[in-house]
Unconditional design. Structure first.
Ligand code: G3I
Length: 378
């Protein structure tokens, strides 16, 4: 064989080896590239992690989350009832796994939540004889809970949903047990306690339907008042549990602007887009049946029709255009779940439906909405 042919074949072998290495490197990089990388100069992109994913150590789901997201929120495992079913009984397993996963993947770790009207054992609000606890005794219980929970993860959790959903949609205080027993300053107390336990954590008030004008105005007024009193409230969480048909991006933008104007950071904390027929606008006379399962209320069992897939992608695109327009005001956009298979909307407000509110399908594959959001950053 001539020398030049040997040289040629040797160079070809080197070239193909280099190409293989390069392709592997690209493949590796592609493995590491997710939606978070497309938005890294705008805001963090997060997801909620279910307790079962954590306890099963679901490597497929956790691998997808590590690749695609740089912020995480525990969907349920840090709520009072799951983590402290009885006063002296704590179940740290899922919460510890959650924090460990976030640290290992260098993520923005959100604690959810410290004070909420829901998923709190009723004994929390009772005295020894089962009557209603006094304001002072409940204050001590709140302090103890925050000290133990936020204290355990001090310096590890970057932000806490300190108080969840203290305001009604009609722009009034939710008459929760916290409110009824401690009055409205239960909120300020919770923030002060959380700040005392972990001064480094970014503290958030978190609510839904924040696009409803009267609710938006009430929340803005509440936060303004607290800030004037020196309450350490640094962010407001817009949950953004949206429908494919509303509320308008105009109302979403107004809320972002109103909160930025009072000097708090905006967090989109629980974004999903419900594609199923709403039951909320049924005549109230049907209130007892509006939650009943009927086939016509669950139209996409066999899969999402192309035109609905497109409508969903367009809805997310319109929403993200607003978020990008106000990227300077927004720290994070968190989806309330990763795949359609795990979304709470399969069972709310009607159990057993097939919904499609998120970016990944039941087979863990990115949906067309995912690519639409990447295209916004091309
Ligand atoms: O883990 C138990 C299981 O052991 C038991 O067999 C089963 C029986 O019903 O219940 C399971 O707990 C459920 C839990 O989700 C885990 O699946 C609770 O009943 C159920 O109420 C709980 O629903 C969660 C809901 O909050 C209430 O905590 C949803 O998953 C969660 O997505 C939803 O998230 C809330 C946010 O925290 C606050 N903002 C609104 C948002 C939607 O409601």
């Amino acid at each position: 064989m001539s020398i030049s042919r040997r040289v040629f074949l040797r160079n070809a072998a080197i070239a193909s080896t280099l190409l293989t290495i390069k392709n592997n490197a690209i493949a590796k990089a592609a493995e590491r590239t997710g939606i978070k990388d497309f938005y890294k100069d705008d805001f963090r992109i997060g997801t909620a992690i279910s307790t079962s994913t954590l306890l099963k150590n679901d490597e497929h789901m956790l691998g997808l989350i590590a690749r695609e997201f740089d912020a995480i929120t525990p969907e349920n495992c840090m709520k009072w009832e799951p983590i402290r079913p009885h006063d002296k009984e704590w179940d740290w397993a899922a919460a510890d796994k959650f924090v460990e996963f976030g640290q290992k993947n260098n993520m923005y770790i959100v604690g959810h939540n410290l004070v909420w009207h829901s998923q709190v054992p009723k004994e929390v609000f009772q005295n020894e004889s089962g009557g209603t606890i006094t304001k002072d005794a409940l204050t001590i219980k709140m302090q103890d809970h925050i000290a133990k929970l936020a204290g355990r993860y001090k310096g590890k959790i970057h932000a806490w949903d300190v108080v969840n959903e203290a305001v009604e949609d009609n722009g009034s205080w939710r008459k929760s047990q916290w409110y009824k027993i401690m009055g409205e300053d239960f909120i300020a107390k919770a923030f002060r306690m959380a700040h005392e336990v972990d001064p480094t954590a970014h503290l958030i008030y978190n609510d839904y339907n924040t696009e409803t004008p009267v609710k938006r105005d009430f929340i803005v007024g509440m936060v303004k008042k607290f800030k004037k009193q020196g309450v350490p409230i640094q962010g407001v969480g817009l949950q953004e549990h949206l429908s494919i048909d509303g509320p308008s991006v105009g109302e979403i933008e107004k809320t972002i602007l109103a909160l930025a104007n009072i000097g708090v950071r905006v967090h989109v904390t629980e974004l999903d887009v419900d594609v199923l027929p709403s039951v909320w606008n049924l005549p109230t006379a049907e209130v007892s049946t509006r939650f009943d399962y009927t086939p016509e209320r669950d139209p996409y069992i066999q899969g999402l029709p192309k035109q609905v897939e497109e409508k969903l992608a367009k809805r997310y695109e319109d929403i993200f255009k607003i978020y990008l327009k106000h990227r300077d005001k927004i720290d994070r956009v968190t989806l309330w779940g990763t795949t359609d298979g795990e979304t709470w909307l399969n069972d709310f407000p009607i159990k057993g439906r097939t919904n499609y509110p998120l970016l990944f399908d039941r087979g863990f594959q990115p949906k067309s909405v995912y690519f639409r959001l990447l295209d916004l950053k091309k």
